[in-house]
Design a binder for this molecule. Sequence first.
Ligand code: ZN
Length: 320
Amino acid sequence: MRDVLVRDPLPDVDVDRALDATRRVVEAVLGLLVEPMGRAHGEDWTIRDRTGAVRGVVRVDRWADRAERLSRTDRPGHTPLADQTPWAGSSSEALPVATVAIRCRVDGSGRSLTGPHQLQATLHEVGHALNHVLLGGRTTLVTGLDYLPVERLDLMSMWFDKWALHPGFLRAVLTDPGADSVARVIWSRCIEFRRTLPTRVVVAAVDHALHRSTSGTFAETWTALDHRFGIAQLAAEEDVLEHLAWPMPLANPGGEFSMLWAYAATSTTFAPFLDHDYDHDHPDHADGIFSSSVDPTAPSVPVDPVAAFAFHRTREDHSR
Ligand SMILES: [Zn+2]
């Protein structure tokens, strides 16, 4: 895929238009009010609910001086560390603040530009940031997202990052909004998904099996799972081993499981939004989608594991 994209690069994303369209989604779907306030290298979004009460702040930081790092990290399968959302506001008096970093470069006319991969990563982090702000409970040591069970941690973030596959949203944010250009961006995101998902499914299964048992080596676990599910047909043993040794899976066992849960759940909850413009008022579709994300005491909603594959296959077909 890299060869194809080097010959014919994907169109750029205009960062100002992308942030504007993202704010419109937040207002149209969640019924919140977003008030942007400019700062030197980014902006703060004050988030108000329907009653006008301030719920918190989402801080959007632009990393415009990291041009050469952008080219190294803005590629499939690599979410730059700068997209991680640091949580703040853990004292009982302070309102929650969540920071989203967006890597971009500035062109000759002063426009901030980024790539489609970074667009999807930024939408994902905006979802996390809003989730953190909207979760009410906080004490000194437990704040926002800490309250959610592991399978719900990525429900809002993955729902938001699916706008990077929405034709109307892409037309609004790409520097070249032509039909071919929009289709190529959707195609590239879907191909990446198809390339990485089978490995992630196997990583989740091996991770689960390893952490569940008190004995046995990686090789024994691999062989047992292969006899049962034929995992060797889906992923290479050395790829899975390498993946499990990354800092994130070591620090967060079960992380892939929560990602896969969210992939499936949000493929179902996002699908109706494909039929509408991104800034269309969506109260009938939006009702209840995020209740288990913003209320830790609500039950988790079961997911359809096949939905993630079906959603991306239809997106890929539409991009042809
Ligand atoms: Zn996430």
